[in-house]
Design a protein around this ligand. Structure first.
Ligand code: C5P
Length: 221
């Protein structure tokens, strides 16, 4: 099967408090984007990579791929105003005969081959999509302003991570419609009745949002 990785990296990352977009803040000696880009490029499961870059950063993303000798990177497209729009832009680069899309947040740099394999395998068993999920450690409250109005039973809940894997016709159909409010790809596939499996996530797939997250990921590297 041909697997296309869509690496969405077009977020501004305002909560990091840096001038450059999140994908280009330093993680060690290189931009943050280098880590997931290199890992996906080196993965034996991945055939091609499309990057959705922040507007104006398309060329730096390609130059970074060249610097890393990431030869599977076939395109760097301009990301959209939302994550879903960035995924849609990357999806437009994927050829019709490709079978599987692996959509990954660049903000989760420590993607491993183990989790890639875990999300790809169930697609051969008839699932439309597969997401990595982690059980919630904290008690979850429903709130209105500063008032707690309820406690949610966390037994049936997981936090969904990326990479998320989908059969391409399913993902294309999901992205042909309304993207409003979609914070991940799976939610759009679910909304169209797609069968999505959850597999074990990985605590190291933390999404870099704050400087503390960046320091944590740097320490794990
Ligand atoms: O903003 P959020 O935390 O949901 O971002 C998740 C991922 O989506 C990040 O890797 C970010 O770069 C990407 N993103 C994007 N285009 C946007 C917003 C977020 O590619 N407009």
């Amino acid at each position: 099967m041909s697997v296309w990785a869509l690496l969405v990296a077009a977020g501004a990352g305002e909560r990091l408090g840096e001038e450059r977009p999140k994908a280009f803040v330093r993680l060690g000696d290189l931009p943050l984007l280098a880590e997931p880009l290199r890992r996906l490029d080196e993965s034996g499961w991945v055939d091609a990579v499309v990057v959705a870059a922040p507007p104006g950063w398309e060329e730096p993303a390609i130059l970074l791929a060249e610097e890393l000798s990431a030869t599977k990177v076939v395109a760097s497209v301009t990301g959209g105003a939302t994550r879903a729009e960035s995924v849609r832009a990357a999806l437009a680069e994927v050829p019709e005969d490709a079978l599987v899309a692996l959509v990954h947040d660049a903000a989760r740099p420590l993607v491993s081959d183990e989790v890639v394999e875990r999300v790809l395998a169930p697609l051969a068993e008839g699932w439309d999509g597969v997401v990595p999920g982690l059980p919630l450690a904290d008690t979850v409250k429903r709130v209105e302003g500063d008032t707690v109005v309820g406690t949610v039973d966390r037994a049936g809940l997981v936090a969904a991570q990326t990479p998320q894997a989908f059969l391409l016709p399913t993902l294309r159909a999901a992205y042909a419609g309304d993207l409003d409010g979609a914070t991940d790809c799976s939610s759009l596939v679910e909304a169209r009745g797609g069968r999505v499996k959850v597999v074990a996530g990985d605590p190291r797939l933390v999404k870099v949002t704050t400087q503390a997250d960046l320091e944590l990921v740097a320490s794990w590297l």
